[in-house]
Ligand binder design. Structure first.
Ligand code: ZN
Length: 64
């Protein structure tokens, strides 16, 4: 009895040389990139607020 396992995609179950086929990998990476963009946007907003605070505190120092 052959116990050889067929390599299939763990996401869609289609025959694949890798554990995740190219189309599923692209889909997952696309989602990950979308999440990353969201996170980067939030970080950017946060850093802009921080920058604004720093600029204001520097201006206050100069005035004194
Ligand atoms: Zn797949």
């Amino acid at each position: 009895m052959m116990t050889e396992k067929k390599k299939v995609c763990m996401i869609c179950g289609k025959p694949s040389e890798t554990s995740i086929c190219e189309s599923c990998k692209a889909h997952i990476q696309g989602e990950a990139a979308g999440e990353k963009q969201k996170a980067e946007k939030q970080v950017l907003v946060g850093s802009e607020v921080e920058k604004d605070r720093r600029v204001k505190s520097q201006m206050e120092k100069k005035e004194k």
